[in-house]
Design a protein around this ligand. Structure first.
Ligand SMILES: [Zn+2]
Length: 144
């Protein structure tokens, strides 16, 4: 399955290859202080391949807080947060926002709350290496 998503204005878009086709897509309603405020719900497939395309990088704010090990990519123009990335041992990992999906049947989504408050930085990074998308391509399309 190829899952497309984008922010509201289209400045940040992504395509996630998920093979074989998922019978259901596990989603995590993150309860961190930032995601609580914007309603962040995330998914990732450690075997998936993600391509992120940014049209105008000057309209992307990379926001980090707390342990500052993850960056929320916020569209400055429309305020949507389609992806989060984390650079661990020089490798880029990512999760994508279920809320930014385009044309995916909502009945595929299996929601579970997730709380990682109080998790140490080391176990946090190890968990991301296990669960986050490890094949991430980040492209700026402004020159195209
Ligand atoms: Zn936007």
């Amino acid at each position: 399955m190829l899952i497309h998503g984008k922010c509201h204005c289209g400045n940040i878009s992504f395509s996630l290859t998920w093979e074989p086709d998922p019978a259901e897509i596990p989603t995590r309603a993150c309860t961190c202080s930032f995601c609580t405020k914007h309603g962040g719900v995330w998914t990732s497939n450690p075997g998936g391949a993600l391509k992120v395309v940014v049209k105008d990088p000057s309209l992307v704010s990379n926001y980090a807080f707390g342990t500052r090990t993850a960056e929320f990519h916020i569209c400055v123009r429309c305020g949507i947060v389609p992806i989060v990335t984390s650079r661990i041992d020089e490798h880029l990992y990512a999760v994508v926002s279920v809320n930014a999906f385009e044309g995916i049947d909502p009945s595929l989504l299996r929601c579970a709350p997730a709380s990682f408050d109080g998790e140490g930085t080391e176990s946090r990074l190890a968990r991301r290496k296990r669960n986050w998308i490890a094949d991430v391509e980040y492209v700026c399309s402004m020159m195209e």
